[in-house]
Design a protein around this ligand. Structure first.
Ligand SMILES: *[C@@H]1O[C@H](CO)[C@@H](O)[C@H](O)[C@H]1NC(C)=O
Ligand SMILES: *[C@@H]1O[C@H](CO)[C@@H](O)[C@H](O)[C@H]1NC(C)=O
Ligand SMILES: *[C@@H]1O[C@H](CO)[C@@H](O)[C@H](O)[C@H]1NC(C)=O
Ligand SMILES: *[C@@H]1O[C@H](CO)[C@@H](O)[C@H](O)[C@H]1NC(C)=O
Length: 145
């Protein structure tokens, strides 16, 4: 865990089993409450999954590598929010950033502010994404939900 453990971010991570029927990714109506509205959702904390963040670069807006660790999974919905806010912040860098196979970005309230899976294949442990922090907000703490 890097110093970014002390930023003011809320990390919302939902592991979505392929059996829920959302094999192609979470639907848009999962954007705000992070529930796929169907089947079983495995909330990752305090279960076996965890995230770790590493600083990728500090130039022109911080890019963090966000890694999901603790096991393989098929489906995912991941957002970063500022504590107290309900909208995601920053963007997942769609081209270079989604280094995991069979994943894609979603536009919840802004372009590429959310990542989900594109196919219900088994994802590696760890599976990592690049996230670019917003330029105008300097978060203070990270919380996991
Ligand atoms: C969002 O992701 C798409 C697909 O990877 C990419 O083409 C586009 O440039 C990204 N937009 C932003 C604002 O990051
Ligand atoms: C992703 O970030 C890299 C720098 O780390 C940048 O070169 C690239 O243009 C970015 N891609 C998108 C789609 O924003
Ligand atoms: C993505 O899949 C390709 C082809 O199977 C593989 O070579 C590559 O290592 C995979 N990349 C990641 C990040 O899992
Ligand atoms: C997200 O927004 C971008 C730019 O407005 C668009 O090109 C892209 O198709 C959108 N992605 C989705 C999944 O709607």
């Amino acid at each position: 865990m890097s110093s970014y453990a002390h930023l003011g971010l809320l990390v919302l991570l939902v592991i979505i089993p392929a059996s829920t029927g959302y094999g192609g990714g979470a639907p848009n109506d999962a954007c705000v409450d992070m529930s796929p509205h169907h089947g079983t959702v495995e909330r990752t904390s305090p279960s076996k999954f965890s995230l770790y963040l590493t600083e990728e670069t500090t130039q022109g807006g911080d890019i963090l590598k966000v890694c999901v660790k603790g096991g393989t999974f098929e489906g995912i919905l991941l957002q970063m929010r500022v504590v107290g806010d309900t909208v995601p912040v920053g963007t997942f860098n769609g081209t270079r950033g989604t280094i995991a196979n069979d994943t894609k970005t979603m536009n919840c309230t802004a372009d590429n502010d959310t990542v989900t899976h594109s196919k219900p294949t088994i994802k590696k442990d760890p599976t990592c994404f690049y996230w670019k922090a917003p330029n105008n907000k300097i978060p203070q703490n990270v919380h996991f939900v």
